[in-house]
Design a protein around this ligand. Structure first.
Ligand SMILES: Cc1cc2nc3c(=O)[nH]c(=O)nc-3n(C[C@H](O)[C@H](O)[C@H](O)COP(=O)(O)OP(=O)(O)OC[C@H]3O[C@@H](n4cnc5c(N)ncnc54)[C@H](O)[C@@H]3O)c2cc1C
Length: 268
């Protein structure tokens, strides 16, 4: 690990100011960033820990009835707080990694990192949520459809942090994850959410472009919300699928169908 300074702001304003320093980087739960730094694959002069920014923690409801999850909320705290109001999202958070990862890792860190196999991006995109980002030029809202821009790539600008994500609550939803047992990350997972005006389906773990909406499944499920409706579809094009020692592109494409059908059944 290279030398660095650790700064511990206690408000969003202080964090933004600290992130204005040259080569400064936000630290959420450190579950991704610290191992990367230890392996000397990442280097920063100043780590700005968000762990003491209380205004970025917890879950509340806004005037539009959306559930607002603070960017610094750990996976474990989100799983607990969302249990009764949004069980599908609670269940997603409750199955991330292991207890140690869930106790430290944060929702904001996972979404900002945008690992192509991460769970939260599927919940955010599948719910059609709104990401709230704060930076030097103020606060802005970014719709999920515009936020995820490819593997490890988001609409966040330099020095911006995710302070909150606002989730509309669907009529029915479920997250089904085929676990890659060594890492606990999904090999492929599907988040399905049925709203009054249609169904959203987000797939993670499959595409080399990261999380994506499977629009053919959305159209079919908006007409007929049943696992049978998914079985009749062609699997997403395997051309853009990840292929590695854990699963071929064709296998992952097949799992998109299987996990989506299971999620529809679970949302029941
Ligand atoms: C053994 C293991 C198993 C795991 N299993 C899973 C799994 O099943 N599913 C899954 O989804 N993930 C899994 N993870 C990853 C885990 O969820 C991490 O917690 C997550 O990827 C990063 O969150 P963090 O808060 O630790 O972020 P950090 O590691 O602190 O930061 C990651 C990146 O996000 C940036 N960042 C942090 N917070 C913010 C913020 N609020 N705004 C903007 N940028 C920010 C940092 O600068 C950095 O670039 C696993 C990790 C481990 C070690």
């Amino acid at each position: 690990m290279y030398d660095f300074q650790l700064v511990k702001p206690s408000s969003v304003a202080e964090a933004i100011e600290a992130l204005g320093a040259e080569d400064a980087q936000a630290l959420g739960g450190g579950q991704t960033l610290l191992p990367t730094m230890k392996a000397r694959l990442a280097q920063t002069d100043t780590l700005v820990s968000l762990a003491h920014v209380e205004e970025m923690k917890g879950v509340c409801t806004d005037d539009a009835g959306r559930l607002c999850v603070g960017g610094g909320t750990t996976h474990a705290a989100a799983a607990e707080a969302l249990k009764s109001d949004y069980p599908a999202l609670s269940s997603l958070a409750a199955r991330i990694g292991d207890p140690a990862v869930r106790a430290r890792g944060t929702m904001g860190g996972s979404v900002a990192n945008d690992d192509p196999s991460a769970c939260w991006p599927a919940g955010v995109l599948g719910s059609g949520a709104t990401v709230v980002a704060a930076g030097k030029s103020g606060t802005r809202e970014i719709g999920a459809d515009d936020f995820f821009q490819g593997m490890f790539t988001t609409a966040l600008e330099e020095g911006e942090i995710i302070t909150e994500i606002r989730f509309p609550v669907p009529e029915k939803a479920a997250y089904e994850k085929m676990i890659q047992p060594a890492s606990r990350f999904p090999l492929v997972a599907a988040y399905v959410a049925k709203f009054a005006d249609g169904v959203r389906v987000a797939i993670t773990g499959a595409s080399s472009d990261g999380v994506f909406r499977w629009t053919e499944a959305e159209t079919a499920l908006s007409q007929d919300f049943s696992a049978e409706a998914v079985k009749g579809l062609a699997a997403p094009d395997a051309g853009g699928m990840i292929s590695d020692l854990h699963g071929s592109a064709e296998y992952r494409a097949h799992l998109c169908k299987v996990m989506t059908a299971r999620a529809v059944k679970a949302a029941g």
